[in-house]
Design a protein around this ligand. Structure first.
Ligand code: ADP
Ligand code: GLC
Length: 482
C-alpha cells in the first residue's frame, strides 16, 4: 500500500511531544511490513538544516489564499522517505513550531497548517503533480485536520484516516478563517467544520475523514463521554463504527537500555547491575545525595494540568519525607516551572528540577530512577510509561486512557501471575497519589517482589509490530475492492 503520512512533527528532526515519536516509528514499522509510506512535514528551520540533501520535487503556485511553496524530497535518518513543504513566509522563523518565543500561538497558524493540510490533499488527489499517488492519506491531529475536508470536496481523492493524538488541541479559529482557507462556505455548519460558532480544524478532520483512529482502546471509549469528549462526544459517538483505538508502540531500538548511548552503563533483563550505575550518575548529575538505597522517583513530561504535575508538586514534601528523592524534567506552565524550581531549592539533595527539553537526560531518568511518575488527568496513550517499563523502572499511573492499556497494577494476584508491571490509582487527588506512592515504596523494599515487577515490565513487548498491523487492516478496509 502507498500511504502518505502527514504530520506537524517528526523525530528526530523536530519534536515537542509524543506525536513526533509516533510519526517516526509508525511509518518505519509499516515500511517493514512492506508498505510504501512517505512522511510529509512543514519546512521549519530545524527540519531544513537537518536535511543532508534534498531534491526539489514540485512547485505549488497560485493556490487560492496561500503563498507559493515548494516540495523537497529527502529521507529521515532511518531511511523513511520524507517530503518537506518549503514556504519560508510561513515556516522559516525563530521560536517554537506552534508558538512564538513568548508562548503565544503564531497569529497565522490557520494559514500555516492550512497549507500543510492543502498540500497533503493535493498529493492525495487527482491533480497531484507527482507520479507517486498515495492510496491512503493518514492525517494526525488538528494541524492536518483540513486535509479530509479538502479531499471530500475534491472528487477522486484517496481515502483518509484521521488519528487523534490529543482531543484537547482542536485548532479553533474565528469563522472568517474559512473564507481564507479555500473551504466551501456551506461546510460551516454542525455537519461540517463548525464548532460552537467557531471553525475547528480538528472538527473538519473528525467529520470528513473516512476513518478515525486514536492512540489507545480506552481513550477511544473515553472520548465518546462528556467527561473527556471536549465537545466532540456527540460526533464521535455518531461515528463510533468508524472509530478505532490502537495502542501506540515504542521505537525499541532507540529506547533500549542494553545499548542506549545516553546511559552511563547498559543493562538488560537478567543483567541488571548497570541500572545502579545509572542511578548513581543521575544522582550526581542532578546534585542529589548519592545513595544507592534511597528510592528515587522520576518524572519527564510537559508541565501541564493534563500531566498532573501540580499534584506531584503538592505531594513532593511528603514523598521526600518517606524518605525518597525526586527528579523532574519538563517545561510548560510558567507557575509549575517556578514551583518545581522552588521545591528543588527548598529540598537540596532530595529534589532536583530541570526546566527545558533534554533528550539525553530523559533517557537517563528512565534508566536511573527506581519508580516513574505519570499521574496524568487524561492521557490518550502516553509513551513514557512504556519506556519506563522497558527500562526496569515501574511506573505509577492514574487509571486513564492509554495508561490503563499499558500498565498492569501490582497486587498479590498480578504478582503471582507474573503480570504486574506498575501501580495504578483511580482518583486523581493528592491523597490517592500519595497512597499509591507508599504502596510502591512497600513493594520496592521487598527484595523478592521488586525484581519480579521490574522484569515483567522489561519483558513486555511494546514494539510497533502488532499496532502497525492494525493500521494496515484499517487502510485495507478503505481501499476500493476488486
Ligand atoms: P505528550 O505527547 O502528551 O507530551 P507522551 O508521553 O506521548 O506525551 O510523549 C512525550 C515524549 O516527549 C516522550 O518521548 C518524552 O520522553 C518526551 N519529552 C517530554 N518532555 C520532555 C523533556 N522536557 N525533555 C525531553 N523529552 C521530553
Ligand atoms: C499526544 C498525547 C499522548 C500520546 C501522544 C502520541 O501528545 O498526549 O498521550 O502518547 O500524543 O500519540
Amino acid at each position: 500500500m502507498r500511504v502518505l503520512f502527514v504530520t506537524s512533527e517528526v523525530a528526530p528532526l523536530i519534536k515537542t511531544g509524543g506525536l513526533a515519536d509516533v510519526s517516526a516509528a509508525l511509518p518505519l514499522a509499516l515500511r517493514r511490513l512492506g508498505d510504501d509510506v512517505r512522511v510529509l512535514v512543514p519546512g521549519y528551520p530545524q527540519v531544513l538544516t537537518a536535511l543532508e540533501s534534498f531534491k526539489i520535487e514540485a512547485f505549488f503556485t497560485g493556490i487560492a489564499g496561500f503563498p507559493d511553496a515548494r516540495l523537497f524530497a529527502s529521507t529521515l535518518p532511518d531511511g523513511v522517505p520524507l517530503w518537506v513543504i518549503d514556504c519560508p513566509e510561513l515556516f522559516q522563523r525563530d521560536g517554537g513550531i506552534y508558538q512564538d518565543g513568548n508562548g503565544n500561538d503564531w497569529p497565522d497558524n490557520a494559514l500555516r497548517f492550512g497549507l500543510l493540510s492543502k498540500v497533503a490533499a493535493i498529493l492525495g488527489g487527482q491533480g497531484s503533480p507527482l507520479d507517486w499517488k498515495p492510496e491512503i492519506v493518514h492525517c494526525n491531529d488538528w494541524q492536518t485536520g483540513l486535509t479530509p475536508a479538502y479531499m471530500h470536496f475534491s472528487p477522486g481523492s484517496a481515502p483518509c484516516v484521521m488519528t487523534v493524538h490529543n482531543l484537547a488541541f482542536q485548532g479553533v479559529f474565528p469563522p472568517q478563517a474559512i473564507s481564507e482557507l479555500d473551504i466551501p462556505a456551506e461546510s460551516f455548519q454542525p455537519h461540517g467544520v463548525e464548532y460552537y460558532g467557531n471553525f475547528s480544524f480538528l472538527k473538519a478532520g473528525l467529520y470528513y475523514a473516512n476513518h478515525i483512529t486514536t492512540v489507545s482502546p480506552t481513550y477511544a471509549e473515553e472520548i465518546k463521554t462528556d467527561a473527556l469528549g471536549f465537545g466532540f462526544q456527540g460526533l464521535l459517538g455518531a461515528r463510533s463504527s468508524s472509530l478505532t483505538g490502537i495502542l501506540n508502540g515504542i521505537n525499541d531500538s532507540e529506547w533500549n537500555p542494553a545499548n542506549d548511548p545516553a546511559l552511563a552503563c547498559g543493562y538488560e533483563a537478567g543483567n541488571m547491575a548497570g541500572k545502579a550505575a545509572n542511578k548513581r550518575e543521575l544522582q550526581m548529575q542532578m546534585g542529589l545525595t548519592v545513595d544507592p538505597k534511597m528510592p528515587l522517583f522520576g518524572l519527564v513530561g510537559r508541565f501541564t494540568h493534563q500531566k498532573g504535575l501540580d499534584v506531584v508538586l503538592e505531594i513532593a514534601p511528603q514523598l521526600v519525607a518517606s524518605p525518597a528523592q525526586l527528579v523532574l524534567l519538563g517545561s510548560g506552565d510558567a507557575t509549575m516551572q517556578s514551583d518545581a524550581l522552588a521545591l528543588a531549592r527548598q529540598y537540596p539533595g532530595q529534589i532536583a528540577a530541570v526546566v527545558g527539553f533534554d533528550e539525553n537526560l530523559s533517557h537517563l531518568i528512565e534508566a536511573g530512577a527506581d519508580i516513574f511518575l505519570m499521574p496524568s488527568r487524561f492521557e490518550p496513550c502516553g509513551l513514557n510509561q512504556m519506556y519506563s517499563q522497558r527500562y526496569g523502572t515501574p511506573p505509577i499511573v492514574h487509571a486513564t486512557g492509554g495508561l490503563v492499556d499499558s500498565v498492569v497494577d501490582c497486587n498479590a494476584a498480578t504478582l503471582a501471575q507474573g503480570a504486574a508491571t506498575g501501580f495504578v490509582f483511580n482518583n486523581m487527588t493528592a491523597p490517592d497519589l500519595l497512597r499509591c506512592v507508599q504502596r510502591a515504596l512497600a513493594v520496592y523494599r521487598d527484595k523478592k517482589s521488586w525484581p519480579a515487577l521490574q522484569l515483567n515490565g522489561m519483558n513486555r513487548d511494546f514494539g510497533w509490530q502488532k499496532s502497525a498491523a492494525k493500521y494496515r487492516e484499517i487502510y485495507a478496509s478503505l481501499l476500493p475492492t476488486g
